[in-house]
Design a protein around this ligand. Structure first.
Ligand SMILES: Nc1ncnc2c1ncn2[C@@H]1O[C@H](COP(=O)(O)OP(=O)(O)O)[C@@H](O)[C@H]1O
Ligand SMILES: [Mg+2]
Length: 512
């Protein structure tokens, strides 16, 4: 099992709730002293994984090792692990010191006595006040609260309360600290400060931190290792740099930082075609292979075209659609034909300027297409709760975004807990499995019209790519032969379209 210095190892770990697999065959080794972050959208199984590590849930399959010992069925209080929850419950009428000391005052430790006959016996005793004092002082020093030990909890700021919760979790010298979205309740400025402080505490303590967040920036700033999760499965494990620069698929690329993602085709030797343009690249894939391309906004090189110049045909030309000043750089959306290119640069341009764009070959990240599913990272929801991909409109089931939710008479999504969400204009990632799409002859017989762009025979069926007039591609499977350039329609049942909100769904909450 596990690599050297491995403190926690999950092997084939799965968890099922009500017949639904919410953690699916997770394999993960965590090294002593590492700062590991589970990153993924709400509902992807982060908390459940953490709870299995802590011992609050038992896996349905698989084994958890702690320092090489199988602890799968060991109860939480026997694991040298402590947890800081998102909703930490402090005692509001106790002061800081008593909140941190609370658990220690109840704790009993074993000690050895020798009776009159000379037999050794193990007895339990409480900690002395001096012992408690030493432990509490050390914990308060680490979270930088020594000065405030006499203050009532109710007089502290959110950030200070958070630090008390952390002190309480580390006072027993755990080997591993689990932190489940601990900064979720803080405002942005406080969050940023606490991120840095947590990093400092991690250094001072020297123990293993396992951190959970849905905030990619938080994950990038704090972690040694990021574990990107989706629907209970690990997508990628790597350092922040690895994951940012070399995402293994479009899902990870999209989740981690802003990026331009395009459906592309290999157009020759180290040449890839997207945005109706052939780019030099450094990756070698077979000719005509469909690939996903990621270009980070800071890697797009932009230069102004003087008025009335005819762009030469090797240049990729666009028009600036929007401009936002972001403090250090500008962020532009440049329209190239009907496609958007997000660009970040310190150069100043104006809306409606014509610009030439280019990308260095090594800044074009090419990924093998996951062709079990069509992925549309730039989809959105219109004001009729329909999904828009390119310019095609689909009926969808929004309740699939939140377990137990429903859509009320005003069209708002209402969660099981009664929170209301207005998803009009929400950016979503849509996934449509290949086998969910039905193809029929002729235009206007289904949801989407298109022309067959390619067909490939794969063993016992054809893989057919249909392209719309907006150059959106739909890949599907069919047992029948179809001819390239035929006009067809596609039918996509609404229960087959899987939606994920980009970023945190809570930003769409409205007052009830
Ligand atoms: N005790 C439970 N009973 C039933 N379903 C649960 C339970 N805990 C979590 N789930 C479900 O498991 C999925 C993963 O949840 P969770 O691990 O909390 O995700 P995350 O922390 O990534 O938001 C969700 O669909 C959630 O509703
Ligand atoms: Mg959670």
């Amino acid at each position: 099992m596990g690599k050297e210095n491995c403190i926690i190892s999950l092997q084939g770990v799965s968890k099922v709730f009500d017949g639904v697999t919410v953690v699916d065959d997770i394999n993960l080794d965590i090294t002593k002293g590492e700062f590991v972050t589970f990153l993924g959208p709400s509902g992807c199984g982060k908390t459940t994984t953490l709870r299995m590590i802590a011992g609050f849930e038992t896996p349905d399959k698989g084994t958890i090792y702690l320092n090489g010992q199988d602890v799968t069925k060991v109860p939480p209080y026997k694991r040298p692990i402590n947890t800081v929850f998102q909703r930490y419950a402090l005692f509001p009428h106790y002061d800081v010191y008593d909140n941190v000391a609370f658990g220690l005052k109840l704790k009993k430790i074993p000690y050895e006595v020798t009776d009159r006959k000379g037999n050794k016996k193990i007895k339990l005793r409480k900690l002395t006040n001096k012992e408690i004092d030493e432990k509490v002082s050390r914990a308060l020093r680490i979270v930088d609260l020594e000065e405030l030990e006499d203050r009532d909890i109710s007089t502290l700021s959110g950030g200070q309360q958070q630090r008390v919760a952390i002190a309480r979790a580390i006072v027993n010298n755990p080997q591993i600290l689990l932190l489940d979205e601990p900064l979720g309740a803080l405002d942005l400025k406080m969050r940023k400060e606490m991120q840095l402080e947590l990093k400092e505490m991690h250094k001072k303590l020297g123990i293993t931190f396992i951190y959970v967040t849905h905030d990619q920036e938080e994950a990038l700033t704090m972690s040694d290792t990021i574990v990107v999760m989706k629907s209970g499965e690990i997508q990628q494990i790597g350092s922040p740099m690895d994951i940012y620069n070399e995402p293994v698929n479009a899902y990870v690329a999209n989740f981690i930082g802003e990026s331009n993602i395009y459906n592309a085709t290999m157009a020759g030797d180290r040449t890839v075609r997207f945005l109706n343009h052939a780019f030099d690249c450094v990756d070698d894939f077979p000719l005509n292979e469909k690939v996903d391309v990621v270009v980070r906004p800071e890697d797009v090189v932009i230069s102004r075209l003087p008025k009335n110049t005819e762009p030469n045909k090797d240049q990729l030309v666009g028009r600036i659609d929007t401009k936002i000043f972001k403090g250090v750089h500008f962020e532009y959306v440049v329209m190239v034909g009907k496609s958007e290119v997000l660009v970040q640069t310190t150069k100043n341009h104006n809306v409606d300027d014509l610009v030439a764009l280019s990308v260095d070959p090594e800044d074009i990240q090419i990924m093998k297409k996951d062709i079990t599913t069509n992925l549309y990272p730039e989809a959105w929801i219109n004001n009729k709760n329909q999904l828009i991909i390119g310019e095609s409109v689909f009926d969808v089931d929004l309740t699939s975004l939140l377990k137990g939710s429903k859509v009320d008479e005003d069209g708002y999504l209402v969660s099981a807990e009664g929170k209301k969400y207005d998803l009009k204009d929400a950016d979503v990632i849509a996934e449509i499995p290949l086998n969910a799409i039905e193809i029929i002859d002729g235009f206007d017989n289904g949801n989407v019209n298109g022309i067959i762009a390619s067909t490939i025979y794969i063993g016992d069926h054809y893989q057919i790519m249909v392209r719309t007039s907006e150059e959106e591609d739909f890949i599907l499977e069919s047992p029948y032969t179809w001819n390239v350039d035929d006009a067809v329609s596609l039918i996509i049942p609404k229960d087959k379209i899987k939606l994920t909100v980009k970023g945190d769904i809570s930003k769409y909450v409205i007052e009830a």
